[in-house]
Design a protein around this ligand. Sequence first.
Ligand code: CMC
Length: 432
Amino acid sequence: MQPKTAQLKIDDKEYSLPIITGTEGERAIDMRNLRKDTGHICYDQGYGNTGSCESTITYLDGDNGVLRHRGYPIEQLAMFSNYVETAYLVIYGELPNSKQRKAFGHLLREHSAIETQMQRIFDGFPKNAPAMGMLTSIVSSLAAYYPELATNNFEKDLEHFDLAAPMAISKIRTIVAMIYRYRHGLPFIHPRDLPFADNFLHLMFSDPYVAYVPVPEVTNALNLLLLLHADHEQNCSTSTVRMVASSGANLFTSISAGICALSGPLHGGANSAVMHMLQSIHDEGDDGTRFIAAAKSGSKSNRLMGFGHAVYRNYDPRARIIGTACDKLLTRLGKSDPLLDIAKNLEHAALNDEYFLSRKLYPNVDFYSGLIMRALGIPTDIFTVMFAIGRCPGWIANWKEVATNAKGRIYRPRQIYIGAVKRDYVPMDKRG
Ligand code: CMC
């Protein structure tokens, strides 16, 4: 029998704290009344050991490399599902039946276009504006263009959720392709009545007179890439979405905050950083020794990109799937990529190095995701915005959990203040 309470002793006073157990046996000490009862708060910089919510969406066991969405192992979803079906599963909790799948697909197709007025936002950006900066601004503007879906009133916003959710996914996909075209000086292309992934490839690669012809291997690889990013428990961007949502903010605004959080190099920005690293190794004719040696210096800015994870102490299951898929895609397309060989050698070297072994640092999803995007013809400057398309279902599902939680409260962590103690104001002429 597992204990139902934990005992905490502060000086000579004892407190009993309830223990909560999740469906997979995860155990947590309920600290919600700690401050009220004892006058103490929990100190957990970066929330690495803090359960900030209860959730039914994703189960992640980082020690054993396990990832499941709504109970379904990522390996099975990768093998049998596609991005749209997995998005539905993540958002609604169940695999769709054929009627639900059709209706969801219909909404994605129907709401894929960006209205002319909204297209004008693009002209306000310099041609070389960073893609993530553009995406955050344009996505946050969805709340202004569709105020009836984004009222900042949970009750009203939930009434429109079944429209707002596919709309967010579909429009963000279109916006990403438009950002690519804008940055590369290409005219915008109107979406067609195509499946989700094919429509994205059309929006990216068609030209006004020659339509992109779907290639099944490419479509499947894109579906896989997006599916593998669909959700990942309480990562930095998803927790940001929940935090913003907890104030009552609407879905579009909460997602745009998630995109801001995703932009950093330690989170979504890692995929392009990996490609820059592999490219420099290639250009310098090095074997990666320099990057591995620098990564071991302990400096944050020299980390081996695509390695390590805040939660996994094992191989990230998504990295394994994507690495194999990348190999297969290149073989099927009859292509080779010297950067893939460099990545494999680098992985081999790191996994045989005491520094990485002792810290349990394995490749994460970003180690191979850039390589598969490169094989798909997607340029490095939009890698991180691609991650944002994939992660939309997770952000949406988490927003919904916050919005539907009648007992939820605004996220408001505390801190330990370590600044100056009280002192009196010093007039300017006495400041020296
Ligand atoms: N290269 C070299 N050393 C590393 C790396 C790395 N990539 N990652 C962690 N370490 C070291 C870290 O310095 C620490 O060393 P020490 O014990 O000597 O102080 C030790 O390993 C343990 O670090 P940690 O506590 O496991 O790492 P963290 O939770 O602070 O950071 C991370 C997690 C993902 C930010 C980090 O591993 C990292 O910066 N990786 C490179 C960036 C990257 O690939 N990010 C993508 C993450 S997966 C996609 C996503 O979720 O966004």
